[in-house]
Design a protein around this ligand. Structure first.
Ligand SMILES: Cc1cc2nc3c(=O)[nH]c(=O)nc-3n(C[C@H](O)[C@H](O)[C@H](O)COP(=O)(O)OP(=O)(O)OC[C@H]3O[C@@H](n4cnc5c(N)ncnc54)[C@H](O)[C@@H]3O)c2cc1C
Length: 384
């Protein structure tokens, strides 16, 4: 994002984040605990409901306002991963839900009374090949009975609702592989212990991600979003917003690292002069800035297309790839610039280094973005 856009939002987010300094995140990181207080403060300040239309109690702002929020959170050394999905997962209900579902859920998501920040797509055997998911919802009377397994489902323990993608028609019985999948809203408060088991996965970053096991979980038919069998399309619709927002987190991370690197390079004196006087130290930081600025323009461009209602799949993918690579390059330089201190927990750099690495894998890995560009944009043959 252009650092100048939405100045009031940026200022307010920076102020809020100042109340959650490195010590706060370090303690959570050590114990792998959820930033409840941070999320509560962001929710009460209204920052997680910026995308919900005013008629449902949100601020009704465009995607670029949401990117400004997430970028500033990450630039401040905080992490939006614990709650960013509360911003955009509701888009599935907003775009494809019934009037009744919108009335029932959106106002309460806007206030934070309901947390809809779990998004269940990935499965252990299907991997990126989503059409091969096998979690199955069988219609029995006025409810579905769900059986199967999901993996890497983040924030499931901290969410009241989950958007779940499952098969309602087996892949081999569907007209096309992308058909026969449906989206269900799972009420986690009722489901856990009644057919849903959540098992946390400890990872290299504090991300509250989990494995889910469905064993005859009953979901009322009224919780089906849109039409049965069209769920894959609904999920794809939400992915552009997600990719652009994640890209803005990378831009924030990149700015965090560049701020830290350039400040340290100015201040740290070795051999009687600032280390930043050495071009071997200065140029990598300058290069990071050049790369990150270009990636930020790509994020701006994708967000502008999204807000204008234009197709933006390729642009959202490219922005995510460029931003995640730029933040990772800046993270690497930041460690190098700090020498030994880059590894010390109290500098927060090693924590942010671990955190920003995720974005080249999730929510979509770089190879799959390159495959999209190679085949959809450049017309080369598909490998799968
Ligand atoms: C911390 C974390 C949080 C997550 N949160 C969620 C969540 O909340 N909800 C959710 O649904 N998912 C979530 N995910 C899952 C994430 O979206 C996937 O991990 C990611 O999309 C990659 O899929 P995979 O792990 O199955 O890798 P695989 O599909 O097994 O791929 C492994 C590697 O092979 C490469 N590869 C595979 N096929 C090809 C090919 N044809 N050509 C070239 N390269 C290929 C991939 O790029 C990747 O690098 C999360 C993951 C993590 C790690």
């Amino acid at each position: 994002m252009s650092e100048q856009s939405h100045p009031e939002i940026r200022e307010a987010v920076r102020k809020l984040c100042a109340g959650f300094p490195g010590e706060y995140w370090r303690a959570l990181d050590r114990d792998r605990t959820y930033p409840t207080e941070f999320v509560k403060t962001l929710t009460e300040a209204g920052f997680l409901s910026v995308l919900i239309p005013e008629e449902y109690g949100g601020s009704g702002l465009g995607l670029s306002a949401a990117t400004a929020v997430l970028e500033e959170i990450h630039r401040s050394g905080c992490n939006g991963g614990a709650c960013h999905a509360q911003m955009y997962t509701m888009g599935t209900i907003l775009k494809h839900g019934s009037a009744e579902q919108k009335e029932r859920y959106l106002p309460r998501i806007a206030t934070g009374e309901i947390r809809l920040q779990a998004f269940g797509v990935t499965e252990p055997t299907a991997g990126t090949d989503t059409t091969r998911i096998s979690t199955f919802a069988k219609r029995v009377g006025d409810h579905y009975v769900v059986n199967g397994q999901k993996i890497w489902i983040s924030r499931a323990e901290h969410s009241d609702l989950m958007v779940l993608l499952c098969r309602t028609t087996a892949r081999e019985d569907a007209r096309r592989p992308a058909e026969g999948m449906s989206v269900l809203l799972v009420d986690m408060r009722e489901a856990v212990g009644n057919g849903l088991t959540i098992r946390p996965i400890r990872t290299m970053l504090n991300h509250a991600t989990t494995e889910l096991f469905f064993d005859n979980l009953e979901v009322p038919v009224e919780n089906l979003v849109g039409e049965e069998g069209k769920g894959f399309k609904y999920i794809l619709d939400g992915m552009n917003a997600e990719r652009i927002l994640i890209a803005s987190e990378c831009i924030g991370d990149g700015r965090f690292f560049i701020d830290r690197s350039s400040a340290y390079a100015r201040e740290r004196s070795v051999f009687g002069r600032a280390i930043g006087e050495n071009q071997g130290v200065q140029f990598p930081i300058a290069r990071n800035y050049v790369q990150l600025s270009a990636a930020a323009l790509a994020v701006d461009h994708a967000a502008a297309l999204f807000e204008a209602g234009e197709p933006c799949g390729t642009e959202a993918n490219m922005a995510k790839m460029l931003a995640s690579e730029a933040s990772w390059a800046a993270a690497d330089t930041c460690i190098q610039t700090h020498g030994g201190f880059g590894f010390a927990e109290e500098y927060d750099i090693e924590r942010k280094f671990r955190e920003t690495r995720l974005y080249q894998v999730a929510p979509i890995s770089t190879n799959l973005i390159l495959s999209h560009v190679g085949t959809h944009v450049l017309g080369m043959p598909k490998s799968f």
